[in-house]
Ligand binder design. Sequence first.
Ligand SMILES: Cc1cc2nc3c(=O)[nH]c(=O)nc-3n(C[C@H](O)[C@H](O)[C@H](O)COP(=O)(O)OP(=O)(O)OC[C@H]3O[C@@H](n4cnc5c(N)ncnc54)[C@H](O)[C@@H]3O)c2cc1C
Length: 437
Amino acid sequence: MTATRVLILGGGYVGLYTALTLKKKAGNHVDITIVDRRPYMTYQPFLPEAAAGSIEPRHVVVPLRRELPGVRVVQGKVTEIAHAEKRVRVDTDFGATQDLEYDEVVIALGAIPRTLPIPGLNEIGVGFKWVEDAISLRNTILGRIARAASTDDPHLRRRLLTFVFVGGGFAGIEAFAETEDMARAALRNYPELRPADLRFVMVEAATRILPEMGEEMGGYTLEVLRGRGMEIYLATRLESCEDGRIKLSDGQEFDADTVVWTAGVKPNPVIAESDLPTGPRGHANALPTLQIATEDGEVVEGAWAAGDCAQVPDLAKGEGAWCAPSAQHAVRQARLLGANIAAHLGGRPVKEYKHEHLGTVASLGLNKGVAQIMGVKLRGWPAWFMHRTYHMAQIPSFNRKARVVMDWTTALFFRRDLVSMGRLHDPRRAFKEAAES
Ligand SMILES: Cc1cc2nc3c(=O)[nH]c(=O)nc-3n(C[C@H](O)[C@H](O)[C@H](O)COP(=O)(O)OP(=O)(O)OC[C@H]3O[C@@H](n4cnc5c(N)ncnc54)[C@H](O)[C@@H]3O)c2cc1C
C-alpha cells in the first residue's frame, strides 16, 4: 500500500505538533512533508526574554529536521495553493520554484503583523514576531544607548533614547516591559546617561492594555509600568512617524528613531488568494473537527487547518465565538488535527475541538509579572515565576528546555548579557575597511 502524502504548510506550533502526532498515530501509512520559510519552529512567547538578553535567541527556536526525523522539510515560501489540483507552489530560499503535490494538506501558515497605512511606518517601523526581530530590537536598543552616550547634543540623545511601541496586547506589553527592564540595566554601565534620559512610550488605541487578562489585571499592569516611569497613552493612535517625527492622535509630537509595531496580527494572505473557502477576515474556514469547509459547512475533502490562520469555532464559549489566536489553542488544535487525519485515513470518526481557555501569564521584566490562571490572579514575583515555569514546560523538546533553564541559571550568577551585536547587521564592514586600507 502506498503511503498517503500529507503536506503541512507552515512549521510553527501547528505544523510541528501536527507532524509529531501524525507520525506517532499513522506511522508508515503517511509520507509527511513540511514547508516553512524558516528551518525551525519559533517559540514566540520567549521572544521578549530573548530580546531582553535573558535567553540566548538560538534557544527559542526548535530545529524542524532534528525534531522530526523521517519528515521531509522544504525551506521556502508558499506562494500558491491550488487545492482543486492538490498542488502547492513554493519559492525556495535558494532561487528555485517547486510544485508539491499531495493527498491531504494542512494549512498552518500562522499570521503576519496587521499594519495600517501610517505615513513613515514602512520606513522606520519594526515588527516583533520572529527571532530576527528580537535580536535586531535588542541590538538596536543597546546600540542607541551606546550612541546616545557618545553625543553631547541633547536633542539627538533624546531622540535616540525614545522607544515607541504601538499595541498593548500581551505580545506588545511583554516586549515593551522586558526591553525597558534591559535598557535600564544597561544604563548602569553608562555614567554619561541618567535613567531619566530613557523614554519608553506605549500607544494603544483601546481604552485598556492586556485585554486578554481582564480589566483588573490590565489595570494593575498599567499602574506597575507607569510606576516605572514608562509612558502609556490609551485611546490614542499613532498618526505618523515620518522621518522619526512621531505624531499621536492626542496632539503630542516628539522625535524617536525606534518604532515597534505590535498592534495585532492578520491571517497569512496566501490563504485568501487560494481556492480554499475563507472567512470574512481571510482565515481558512474550519469546522470544529479542523477540516476546512465551505460557508454552508460542507467539508472540503483533503484540506485541514488550525492555529492563527484558521477560523475555528470556540465550542467552549458557545455559538458564534471563534478561537482567539494563541499558542494555547494552536498546540491543542494541532494535536487533535494530527489525530483526526490519522483517524480519517484509518476510516475512524474524527473528533471536535473544544478547549476551555486556561488563562494568561505575562512577564514584565526580571522578577516581575502578571498572571490570571483558571480564575487565580497573581502579581509580581509569583506571576513571573509562574510564567517561567509554564513556558519552560511548554517549549518543545528536552534539549530546548535544558538550554533555556541553563540560560536563566547562568544569568542568576553572572547577570544577563548586555552586549550589543549591532555589527552582525553589517558583517563585511571590517573586512571591506581592511581591504580598502
Ligand atoms: C511576541 C509574542 C509572544 C506571544 N506570547 C504568547 C503567549 O504567552 N501565550 C500564547 O498563548 N500565545 C502567545 N503568542 C501567540 C502564539 O505564538 C501564536 O498564537 C502561535 O504561534 C500560533 O501558532 P501557528 O502555528 O498558527 O503559527 P506560527 O507559530 O506563527 O507558525 C506559522 C509558520 O508558518 C511559516 N510561514 C508563514 N508564511 C509562510 C509562507 N508563505 N510559506 C512558508 N512558510 C510560511 C512561518 O515561518 C511559521 O513558522 C505570542 C506571539 C508573539 C508574537
